[in-house]
Design a protein around this ligand. Structure first.
Ligand SMILES: Nc1ncnc2c1ncn2[C@@H]1O[C@H](COP(=O)(O)OP(=O)(O)OP(=O)(O)O)[C@@H](O)[C@H]1O
Length: 252
């Protein structure tokens, strides 16, 4: 088995202290294998965003370790952490976070331009064709639909050939048809290019696009499901409503 693209080991994240203390992550260990599309699901407040932020070096753990490849993020100073995020991680957020003054093409190559890296034209062309934006390259984000803007964000996230792309509710601002397109695009990019995606989502239909779904509850990893379908994920989520957080055969 290949080394994971990213992982957390015994991850604990505590916000606040005393009466207001919240254990957002309570000892989570999980690998995000290279070349796989993983969805992170769980009830509201279960720690999904916290897990993603800590795994991506946007926030720090209280204890435990977060690694990208073999790099333990806690060993990096702020500058090196910023460089790692820029060079080895791609991000897709719910709000597309494109720069309004730049064209689509400029937005896609921005991380490479900031890093002073040359843009490989063939790679760029392939990416543009994958996301279906060839005829929009010289438009500004405001001239695009929400779905098109998110496809630009997906292309930007993959442009630097990152170890892992983290997507936080990437379809949260999209209608179901545009959302479906973005999800298919993420899945296709993982399969065609062997890249790694970790996606936080509330939506069982979105999670069904992943190769594997991991379930958090109360800051713990409580289950995982390979080959998910929307119905199976929905059934698993319903079990949380009835208070069943672990199932026979599930993760501890
Ligand atoms: N900056 C913070 N300060 C204090 N508590 C926080 C902070 N961020 C998150 N929390 C708490 O940590 C817990 C986990 O939050 P997190 O946002 O990771 O959950 P989530 O599963 O992503 O939730 P949602 O699905 O509602 O976005 C929650 O109880 C939340 O209130």
């Amino acid at each position: 088995m290949t080394a994971p693209a990213a992982r957390v080991v015994d991850a604990v994240k505590v916000y606040g202290r005393g009466d207001t203390e919240v254990r957002a992550l309570d000892g989570v260990s999980v690998d995000f294998p290279a070349g796989r599309f993983t969805a992170v699901m769980g009830p509201s407040g279960s720690g999904k965003s916290t897990l993603m932020h800590c795994a991506a070096g946007l926030d720090t753990l209280t204890s435990g370790a977060a690694l990208v490849g073999d790099t333990d993020l806690s060993t990096l100073d702020d500058r090196r952490l910023t460089l790692l995020r820029r060079d080895r991680i791609g991000f897709v957020f719910q709000a597309f976070n494109l720069l309004p003054t730049l064209t689509v093409a400029e937005n896609i190559t921005l991380p490479l331009d900031l890093a002073g890296r040359t843009v490989d034209r063939r790679r760029f062309d392939r990416l543009v064709d994958t996301v279906g934006l060839r005829d929009r390259l010289h438009h500004r984000p405001s001239e695009l639909s929400g779905g098109q803007q998110q496809r630009v964000a997906v292309a930007r996230a993959f442009a630097g050939d990152p170890d892992v792309v983290f997507a936080d509710e990437p379809t949260g601002n999209l209608d179901s048809r545009s959302g479906e397109e973005v999800l298919r695009l993420l899945g296709r990019t993982v399969r065609d290019t062997g890249r790694t995606v970790v996606m936080v989502t509330h939506d069982p239909v979105a999670a069904a696009h992943a190769d594997e779904v991991i379930f958090l509850a109360d800051g713990r990893l409580v289950d995982r499901m390979t080959g998910p379908t929307a119905d199976l994920v929905l059934d698993r989520m319903k079990a949380f409503d009835t208070g069943i957080t672990t199932v026979p055969g599930g993760a501890p």
